[in-house]
Design a binder for this molecule. Structure first.
Ligand code: FAD
Length: 436
């Protein structure tokens, strides 16, 4: 009997631990073929010159894929890396390596599901099945106490019912061995330049450096739980909550699973860290909520109100938007947040809420411009979390209540040091702060 090979299509699950598609493929096949595609779609430039993926996130992604390759090599395996359309590349590889099935984790947002549909159609032409797994959420879809169509739109109700009636599954086992076919052309990691991007400049004011990859994610997870609250506090961080885990970039591309974070929380829920641990659990539930809302409502969840805009409105919008984006509104806290975002790719949740609310409610700019801007800039961009939060703040989705009370969006007294740090937009080559 001929050997069975399953192609494992890594997307936003760039890890070996708690990775069901990898484990299942190892169990069901004699050999697995791990593949990652850099899809040019995610790196195209819009007519305004913005990139769909900014350079901080792109660098993080390159590091994450390189780390996955290194970790697979540690098993004597290999990761095939290609740059191109997965709907063309995956069928080619499937033929070349005589693959019998392709596994991937199902996504929820429109663009991501569209891409997997194209892959599915292309594979069907070869009579190959694309098998979908559910693995991006803390609670498995099948363990929810309601079908997707009946998920409560209110977060409070969702939370209450899920916590009462559902359980988080244990993590799946870490593979003991990974056997791959003989791979002669594993492919090179593209450079940022090949993806059409410049190397990002690391701003010395940044309080976090996010290194892509599962290895760094596990270090961050264990540091978060092992350090005292004081040590967890990002040094010099004045913009909002200090006890956040800073795990979002890794969670977004799946270098770590929310389940793995949850079970780590569980281990610490009895110690002095209990309050932080329960906050972290709550935030992971918000993450699930936005993903399930996308699954339930599709694009409708973020559908903007049908506002008629005339040309004059659009011109004002553009002017106000550009001031906001460059941190030039004249409101010190908003400008400081935007300077930090532009210089690092990251701002905390408190800052995100304030700048989003300011754009939408004070400047009255179309919220989708802000969401697109965040999509480019954020190092932790994730479609459901970004578009869901923006729509929430703009009040355009089907959810019944806002997470964000306006009062909570006001800068706090402790934010003044933060404003001082980030009052300038950039640093010139001599290291001087410029662009007040
Ligand atoms: P923690 O407080 O430690 O929370 C743990 C994890 O829970 C986070 O890593 C994240 O995965 C999840 N989480 C926390 N808060 C939220 C939330 N409100 N919604 C969804 N998930 C949450 N988060 C993203 O991961 N990607 C985005 O693209 C994104 N865009 C946002 C846009 C706006 C306008 C706003 C207001 C929030 C957005 N968030 C987004 C949510 C939140 O700001 C970040 O997840 C959080 O700041 C990450 O820091 P942390 O890892 O320390 O979070």
């Amino acid at each position: 009997m001929s050997e069975k090979t399953i192609l494992v299509w890594f997307r936003n699950d760039l890890r070996i631990h708690d990775n069901e598609i990898l484990l299942e493929a190892i169990r069901k096949a004699d050999k697995v073929l791990p593949v990652y595609c850099f899809d040019p779609y995610y790196f195209h430039h819009t007519s305004s010159g913005a990139s769909k993926t900014g350079n901080f996130r792109a660098r993080f992604l390159l590091e994450a894929v390189a780390d996955l390759r290194k970790n697979l090599q540690g098993y004597g395996a290999e990761l095939i890396i290609r740059t191109g359309n997965p709907a063309e590349i995956l069928p080619q590889l499937a033929e070349q390596y005589q693959v019998s099935e392709v596994y991937h984790h199902r996504e929820v947002a429109y663009e991501e599901t569209e891409i997997s549909e194209q892959v599915e159609t292309a594979l069907w032409k070869l009579k190959l099945n694309l098998k979908h797994f559910i693995g991006h959420t803390l609670y498995h879809k099948e363990d929810l106490p309601f079908p997707i169509k009946d998920i409560p739109d209110s977060f409070a109700v969702f939370k209450k019912k899920v916590e009462r009636d559902s359980n988080v599954r244990p993590c799946v086992a870490t593979p003991e061995q990974i056997i791959v076919p003989e791979i002669t052309d594993a492919g090179e990691l593209p450079t940022l330049q090949q993806l059409g991007l410049d190397e990002p400049i690391d701003d010395p004011r940044a309080t976090n450096y996010f290194q892509g990859g599962e290895t760094a994610a596990l270090v961050q997870l264990h540091q978060y739980f092992s350090q005292s609250e004081q040590a967890v506090k990002p040094k010099g961080s004045k913009g909002g909550t200090n006890n956040s885990s800073k795990l979002s970039p890794w969670l977004s591309v799946g270098c770590i699973s929310p389940r793995q974070v949850y079970w780590e929380i569980f281990k610490h829920s009895g110690d002095s860290f209990a309050q932080n641990a329960s906050m972290l659990k709550l935030e992971l539930l918000w993450r699930d909520y936005f993903r399930f809302m996308f699954k339930k409502h599709g694009q409708k969840f973020i559908k903007a109100k049908n506002e008629e805009s005339d040309e004059a409105d659009i011109a004002v919008n553009e002017l106000e938007f550009n001031k906001w984006a460059h941190g030039d509104t004249g409101v010190p806290f908003v400008d400081a947040c935007m300077h930090e975002l532009n210089a690092t790719g990251y701002i905390c949740n408190h800052c995100r809420q304030i700048v989003a609310s300011y754009l939408v409610h004070d400047l009255k700019v179309n919220w989708t411009l802000g969401a697109v801007y965040f999509e480019e800039k954020l190092i932790d961009y994730s479609p459901a979390s970004n578009w869901g939060n923006w729509a929430f703040i703009a009040g355009v989705n089907d959810a019944k209540e806002s997470k964000y009370a306006i009062a909570a969006m006001q800068p706090k007294d402790a934010d003044s040091d933060f404003v001082t740090t980030w009052q300038y937009s950039t640093i010139d080559e001599a290291g001087d702060l410029v662009g007040a």
